[in-house]
Design a protein around this ligand. Structure first.
Ligand SMILES: [Zn+2]
Length: 61
């Protein structure tokens, strides 16, 4: 009932698979800005044209 009682030792492959879940490929979380086509991080305003959700939210000159 929720008590911490390990039934047995997990294999190295199972342990490694669990730890591999936090592994992220650099650059894999980038998407393209719909306005200027630059690579932008999701949920962030575009750094080159300042657009987020099809409206300008940053002053980039
Ligand atoms: Zn842009």
């Amino acid at each position: 009932m929720g008590a911490i009682c390990p039934k047995g030792k997990h294999s190295g492959a199972r342990r490694d698979k669990r730890r591999a879940q936090s592994f992220r490929i650099p650059g894999a979380t980038l998407s393209k800005c719909p306005k200027c086509g630059a690579l932008v991080k999701p949920h962030r305003a575009c750094r080159s044209c300042g657009t987020y959700k099809s409206s300008e939210v940053l002053n980039v000159g």
